[in-house]
Design a protein around this ligand. Sequence first.
Ligand code: AMP
Ligand code: MN
Ligand code: MN
Ligand code: MN
Length: 285
Amino acid sequence: MSHAVHDLHSHSTASDGALSPEDLVARAASQGVDVLALTDHDTTAGLQAARQAAAGMNLSLLPGVEISVTWQAATIHVLGLGIDPTDACLNAGLAQAQEFRHWRAGEIGRQLEHHGIEGASEGARQLAHGSIVSRTHFARFLVNNGYARNVRDVFKRFLIKGKPGHVPGQWASLAQALEWIHGAGGVAVIAHPARYRIKQSALRKLISEFKTLGGAAIEVVSGSHDQAAVNKCGRLAEEFQLFASAGSDFHDPKQTWLELGRLPPLPRKCRPLWTSPVWPLPARA
Ligand code: AMP
Ligand code: MN
Ligand code: MN
Ligand code: MN
């Protein structure tokens, strides 16, 4: 299956994706994806519906999660692939992140209110339909109400460090996230390493700590990586002897970095995660 199309990073309405797990799986299948990982932010809530949808399709669904981590004051995303979605420790850990998200939503709302924007936390919560609240929901609310042109514009003007709606993350530690992932039988992957606003030396330290904690791979091909980022992450994977992963980070058919399954190839020297001895991971969602 090493020639099969692997898309190991995607989102549904269980977090900040626009498609339900069922629709996401159907779209992936129609785009020619052979192995899809659903990796919602800090929740396993979409995995059962995704598994049921995939059962009738020519697609293998890998249960996953994208865990928010605070590392040296930066927010880092770690993917857990092949996790048991019912694992009690994992879900207890994710519940902490969900609680922080709930509090943060109120806080972002209060800050935006000081800035003259009314009703943002209620609006974002409404758009989340009872699922976890993400900054993406705030972004959609602000776009819908004419405060910005598009989601990217919202992040730039309101939600990132130094802007009126920014609330620093207080997420799990790297060690905790890897413990939860490994405890649930999964493998850990650093998501989109080129996207973090940290120095090159810090990125290397992060990868080195990740490797020491038993991390398996870094995401080399990502919807949010340009070719230079792909090349850079490919070199890092090689240097640290980690496997290379690939995922679209698909969120929304309208505004996404990349379509499901439309991924450029991994650099030649990379060892794809799906050729590692732990593969295939159990599809037990
Ligand atoms: P959160 O985990 O709630 O803090 O939100 C992070 C999410 O916001 C990411 O997973 C992306 O989906 C989205 N995001 C972050 N930065 C940007 C950006 N510059 N443009 C569009 N979406 C973004
Ligand atoms: Mn997201
Ligand atoms: Mn991410
Ligand atoms: Mn993601």
